[in-house]
Design a protein around this ligand. Structure first.
Ligand code: IMP
Length: 448
């Protein structure tokens, strides 16, 4: 048995859905540990597209157990719609889905406040997905949140809801000039959700650890990318949860000693949705071309993704934090046909106030570690290495030898610079458009 984590290396949208879906073939259990319905995982199965937001992509495989862990925030309506949508498409959702009783619940006022807070931030807005994710995690941390298990105790739920709404309504009325929210409406609606979702709710900490102890292969599925991690991302332009590998332990109640491998899903270039610094962003026709070729529009919000070159400074940061045992490189085919490719190897930063704290005081300095503030990162200029592109198509390649030598050189360069193996290469959207250099579960087992 072995247990591996799959998560994004960059700002999310690296194509994790497909990689999780593929690796699920070797797994018995797929468990989500953070995030909510802000995520959108696109998976193609026999030419049919599925977009999953809350349910682990493993649901598309018969006989696999899917767990939504305590680190996830759940919008009950969105989850019910997702279950119903899958059932309509003849995907089995029943005794294969388990929801943590400790997972926090997104309430209607979280969604409302997400929007209002963003409006109030004006030009400083984060560019959230507007799904109520941040406010739900705020309530979790301030210990006023509802957990899935709390929905199953109707009288306590009602009393706490009334108490919570006193503060929420004060904020809505006084600050945002909004109408009060009625406790009864939410109560009635959420009790219906509880009836529907109650049968799925269980103690997933016990379940997950029992399955691990029984020797099952577990795949831990991250929802966002490392650079969106609340602690290690480009704060405050981040999501509100622990997207990096450390989140597995708190978000599922699993010891780090049980994690055998960590696969980072890395796009062959970089994209970002929402606001925040992005040193290698291409604000030109090439950026637009990458967006069009890569279909770079959010699976959840439909927003256009910003596109740019690969950035070794932020990638090294992600590798350091997660300790990836292997990389799954995605969307290599999107780079087909470009004459030259650029990879950012360091940044140049010049700041008379010396806010980077380096010894060069006011003179341009070379930055090789991820700056701690977005102010510094925003003012960093990328330093590039240029590599040859390729003109032969890589689309659908399934063997290394089918790739043009320049594509292999590009990957070798990345792998050496980051000191990590590339274990999988995705060459298209479909399940079989993939090169397996190593099978992650086998590799993790061998290492044990
Ligand atoms: P929130 O998670 O909705 O609060 O949004 C915070 C930031 O994270 C925004 O920049 C979002 O665009 C970004 N974000 C959240 N989820 C995803 C995702 O699944 N892919 C890419 N970006 C995301």
């Amino acid at each position: 048995m072995s247990n591996i984590v799959v998560l994004g290396v960059q700002w999310g949208d690296e194509g994790k859905g497909k990689i999780v879906d593929l690796l699920t073939e070797d797994a018995d259990v797929v468990a989500r540990y953070q995030g909510g319905h802000n995520a959108g995982h696109t998976v193609m199965v026999r030419n049919k597209q599925f977009i999953l937001h809350l349910i682990p992509s493993g649901i598309l495989h018969k006989g696999k157990k899917c767990i939504i862990g305590n680190g996830v925030v759940i919008h009950p309506r969105a989850l019910i719609d997702e279950i119903e949508g899958l059932k309509k498409r003849r995907v089995t959702v029943g005794r294969n889905l388990f929801i943590s009783g400790r997972a926090h619940v997104i309430m209607p006022y979280h969604t409302l406040l997400d929007g209002k807070h963003e409006e109030a931030r004006g030009s400083q807005k984060i560019g959230t997905t507007g799904r109520g994710i941040g406010p739900a995690y705020v309530d979790k941390m301030s210990r006023t949140g509802f957990r899935m298990i709390d929905l199953l105790d109707s009288s306590s739920f009602k009393a706490k809801l009334k108490a919570n709404l006193e503060d929420i309504n004060f904020l809505l009325e006084k600050k945002y000039r909004q109408k009060k929210i009625s406790a009864n409406r939410i109560y009635n609606q959420y009790m219906k959700f509880a009836d529907y979702l109650g049968p799925f709710v269980t103690d997933t900490v016990v379940l997950t650890n029992d399955l691990i102890d029984k020797g099952r292969n577990v795949l831990f599925e991250g929802a966002q990318g490392t650079l969106l991690d609340i602690d290690h991302g480009t704060y405050p332009f981040v999501t509100s949860s622990s997207a990096s590998a450390g989140g597995v332990c708190t978000g599922l109640g699993v010891s780090p000693a049980k994690v055998d491998g960590i696969i980072g899903v890395m796009k062959a270039y970089t994209t970002r949705v929402g606001e925040g610094p992005f040193p290698t962003e291409l604000q030109n026709s090439l950026g637009e071309e990458l967006r069009a070729r890569g279909g770079e529009y959010g699976a959840t919000t439909g927003r256009a993704r910003r596109c740019g070159w690969l950035d070794l400074v932020s990638l090294k940061h992600a590798i350091r934090i997660n300790g990836f045992t292997g990389i799954a490189l995605t969307k290599l085919d999107v780079l087909d046909g470009l004459d030259k490719l650029k990879v950012c190897t360091s940044y140049t930063y010049k700041d008379p106030a010396n806010s980077c704290g380096c010894s060069k005081k006011g003179k341009p300095c070379k930055v090789t570690d991820m700056p701690q503030t977005v102010k510094v990162l925003d003012e960093c200029e990328p330093v590039y290495k240029e590599l040859d592109g390729w003109h032969k198509s890589t689309k659908g390649a399934t063997k290394m030898k089918d790739l043009p030598k320049q594509a292999r050189a590009y990957m070798d360069y990345i792998s050496e610079a980051l000191n990590v193996d590339i274990d999988l290469i995705s060459t298209g959207q479909k399940r079989d458009e993939i090169i397996f250099v190593n099978r992650p579960f086998k590799k993790a087992k061998k290492k044990k």
